[in-house]
Write a protein that binds this ligand. Structure first.
Ligand SMILES: [Zn+2]
Ligand SMILES: [Zn+2]
Length: 249
């Protein structure tokens, strides 16, 4: 059965993809995020969240509201965004719209919110249903959104038996499902895709078929203000643990 997604959802994913491709590596991007409001104490859906990748640090969060529709964005849209910025403790909110905005909306933007226009004509060549399927058996038609590319290196003798000690590099893709948010790791070397759940206490880590001295595991972490985030870590053979991806909860 062909998977069909509504245009507004494809637009949201396109915005997320463009942001992820342009962000510095210290930031991670989450499409279709769900973050607990500090004021409302309720889960707030957010089209795209950009936040710190490597540390349990929720103070640099940016959020995006992507609006694919015919009408111009208006004052109410900006006010909703400002409310969301406030509630989830973001430093800035971007309203990305396909159809421009009213003058009043432009005046209503302030330090903590701004507007970007992204036309829909780019949508034609963009299809999230070509992304790999989420491996979570409970997930309904989620697709994996890759947003980080950690590389491990290992000194050793290569298989071609040349006597020279070489540094071998192993590239991975890390990301999360665009529906259920579960982390995944794709090892380019052996082509394994691992599902790494953050909310499973019994989960003690995952290794790809390369069986090299590192494994992947996920956890829930809390910052000083008790804001939670799901985090994906790489545990290296030397005992070092690196956080390679995150998403606010
Ligand atoms: Zn999923
Ligand atoms: Zn592998």
């Amino acid at each position: 059965m062909k998977e069909t997604r509504p245009d507004w959802e494809i637009y949201e994913r396109m915005v997320a993809r463009l942001i992820a491709d342009q962000s510095e590596t210290g930031l991670c991007v989450t499409p279709n995020a769900k973050v607990m409001g500090k004021i409302s104490h309720t889960t707030r859906p957010i089209d795209v969240v950009i936040e710190a990748r490597h540390d349990t640090d929720n103070t640099r969060r940016l959020i995006v509201d992507a609006k694919h529709r015919r009408q111009k964005a208006d004052v109410k849209d900006i006010e909703e965004l400002l409310g969301l910025v406030n509630d989830v403790g973001a430093t800035h909110g971007y309203l990305v719209t396909s159809s421009g905005y009213t003058k009043a909306a432009g005046r209503r933007t302030q330090m903590s919110a701004s507007i970007r226009i992204m036309p829909v004509d780019r949508l034609e060549n963009f299809d999230p249903s070509t992304w790999p399927k989420c491996k979570n058996p409970l997930c309904k038609q989620g697709r994996i959104f890759w947003d980080g590319y950690p590389e491990m290196s290992l000194k050793g003798f290569p298989v071609d038996k040349s006597s020279e000690l070489k540094t071998m590099r192993f590239v991975h893709y890390v990301g999360k499902c665009d529906r259920c948010g579960t982390f995944h790791v794709w090892c380019i070397t052996c082509n394994d895709t691992l599902l790494v759940q953050h909310d499973n206490e019994e989960d003690h880590g995952h290794q790809c078929r390369c069986r090299l001295p590192w494994f992947w595991l996920a956890s829930v972490e809390e910052d000083e203000e008790s804001c939670k985030s799901a985090e994906l870590h790489a545990a290296l053979g030397n005992g070092q643990i690196i956080t390679v991806d995150r998403r606010g909860l």
